[in-house]
Design a protein around this ligand. Sequence first.
Ligand code: HEM
Length: 326
Amino acid sequence: MKMGSQNYFKVLIICLIAIIGSTHAQLQLGFYAKSCPKAEKIILKYVHKHIPHVPSLAAALIRLHFHDCFVRGCDASVLVNSTQSNTAERDSFPNLTLRGFEFIDTVKSIVEAECPGVVSCADILALTARDSVHSIGGPFWKVPTGRRDGTISKTADVLLGLPAPFHNVSTLLTLFGNVGLDAKDLVLLSGAHTIGVSHCSTISTRLYNFTGKGDQDPDLDSKYAKNLKTRKCKDINDQTTLIEMDPGSRNTFDLGYYKQVVKNRGLFQSDATLLKSSTTKSIIDQQLKSNKKFFIEFAKSMEKMGRINVKVGTDGEIRKHCSLVN
Ligand code: HEM
């Protein structure tokens, strides 16, 4: 009996240690304050020095962070190169249009020079995306740190987790729901399409062959479609031409995206479909009332997105190079 109770206490203590350990292992603001106190400043300085010369990279970097978080959580799995035996996320079809990998690699090498093996690629990506968007006049959001890098990156995971431009609102809500995000997050985060560009090929079906009969998507404003077809996407097979998602202000983070969407000028079906549900439509209408509120709400959703399935504590690793698992 005595032995039994001793064992009972041992198990209890082990459980308590495990619980305390796991509650300690979570993201926190300034996670590197002791282990690499200059890390966040180094990143900010680099971003402030370079993004003004290439403001379009801000769009690429926030998209990179989004594609990272939706597949296996924010663990930098999107940055890993394919090998002979593994096709990584990066080489999946939706990720072929991602940009900004070299920028992240350079930031990582500068941070590594300061503190080798301390700061994760997942945190570097989250911080760089935030600082880049803020440096072009966009919102600022909190980035608690302490993410660790994943060791698995598989192309097949991308199509399962990542929303596609042809998805309707119910599929989008399911995919966002799968990672703990709701309708408000869907509308707010889609607002990032106020910056950046798309390829004509992404909307060629909408413009030229929507139902297989050489027709146009009726949900796309016909004047706008005609304009795109005569000036930009002149050919259904065009794979290279880029178009602004928020024409005239692709480097300005503003309400332009929502203004486009309510005029049926959202570029993708995934943008247009946000008008089809009364819930998402009313969230759009809310945003259109105040740029300031949009920034505040966008920041909340970004912080939430940055927490998706993060690896913390002793999970994963701190990669030496962002494109290579250690
Ligand atoms: C709701 C589901 C979403 C879908 C279906 C979607 C889809 C796409 C597609 C297809 C492109 C253009 C690809 C190309 O043709 O080059 C794109 C670009 C972009 N997306 Fe999304 N996206 C979504 C949500 C998001 C979110 C949540 C963010 C960030 C928070 C984001 C940020 C961007 C940015 C900034 C670009 C422009 C990138 C550049 O200029 O290189 N998107 N998106």
